[in-house]
Design a protein around this ligand. Structure first.
Ligand code: PMP
Length: 299
């Protein structure tokens, strides 16, 4: 079997040879940014939005990406094409690059650009059919004044700690509160509540990432005339919600049926969540950058 190809600084190299220096500041300091993107049947879902978020993260950390946004888009498409993946998860990473052991980013001559495409490993169907039990963990979200969570940086220790706490509590995912105790997001996903027919998600200024999936759900609600708003809410509001769900590129929409041992609604995925899952799945193959030869391969 031929090895998957990874884009590494302008070249497509076999996976086993796709290595970066131990002096890369992405490795030494988490100094870099990334994106997680998905390709559905040859359509790269909202690729332009992902690229925009990547360049905004780069601007915020004063990192000059050595490719234009269009060149970056083309490189993502080419990575998929070279691997022949119609359904894939794509990880795009830009680090400050190789430098000295010292913190000074001026020692890093050139940012390192990596695009990894992997054949999609779907989450178990059971998650969508039965829903997840989750908990709230003690680890709080990074304070936006310190490291703004809107920057999708390589510094994900905050999120890793949440995942570890969730695992120790015997669940797959957990909610993080912000420094003021308001519900913020999951370790790698945004959170939504449904109450009395209204859909709600915390505003990003609380410290949540502006998720591409989150925005897609807001767009769907607006199109279908479902009331949807950004709202500050507490754990209590989550416990008494009719429905709760999580959103993310890898997860899509996952219903939540139990939070901190409080059963949500009827303890099964609710009608709004199920409808939004269907609507979201419809747009995944409609919206995005089409790769014609992969689209035809998928059908
Ligand atoms: N929050 C965090 C912390 C994330 O890492 C992610 C992405 N995995 C999300 C939310 C969801 O964002 P998106 O819908 O763009 O994948």
């Amino acid at each position: 079997m031929t090895e998957p190809l990874v884009y590494l600084d302008g070249e497509y190299v076999p996976k086993s040879k796709a290595v970066v220096s131990v002096f890369d500041h992405g490795f030494l300091y988490g100094d870099g940014i990334f994106e997680g993107i998905r390709c559905y049947s040859g359509n790269v879902f909202r690729l332009k939005e992902h690229i925009k978020r990547l360049y905004e993260s780069a601007k915020s950390i004063l990192l000059e990406i050595p490719l234009s946004p269009q060149e970056m888009e083309d490189a993502v498409v080419e990575t998929l094409r070279k691997n022949g993946y119609a359904n894939a998860y794509i990880r795009l990473v830009v680090s400050r690059g190789m430098g000295d052991l010292g913190l000074d980013p001026r020692s890093c001559v050139k940012p390192c650009v990596i695009i990894i495409a992997e054949q999609l490993k779907l989450f178990p169907q059971e998650f969508y059919e039965k829903g997840l039990s989750i908990v709230t963990v003690a680890t709080r979200r990074n304070v936006p004044d310190a490291l703004n969570p809107k920057i999708k940086s390589l510094n994900y220790l905050n999120n890793v700690l949440v995942k570890l706490e969730a695992q120790r509590a015997g669940v797959m995912e957990a909610l993080m509160l912000n420094h003021e105790g308001y519900v913020c997001e999951g370790s790698g996903d945004n959170v939504f509540l449904v109450k009395d027919g209204k859909v709600m998600t915390p505003p990003t200024y609380l410290g949540a990432l502006e998720g591409i999936t989150r925005n897609a759900i807001i767009d769907i609600c607006n199109r279908l005339g479902i009331p949807c708003e950004e709202k500050v809410f507490t754990r209590h509001d989550v416990y008494v919600a009719d429905e709760v769900f999580l959103t993310g590129t890898a997860a899509e929409l996952i219903p939540v049926i139990d939070v901190d041992s409080r059963v949500i609604g009827e303890g099964k995925p609710g009608p709004m969540t199920e409808m939004l899952i269907k609507e979201f799945r419809k747009i995944t193959v409609q919206e995005g950058t089409k790769i014609p030869e992969l689209v035809s391969k998928a059908v």
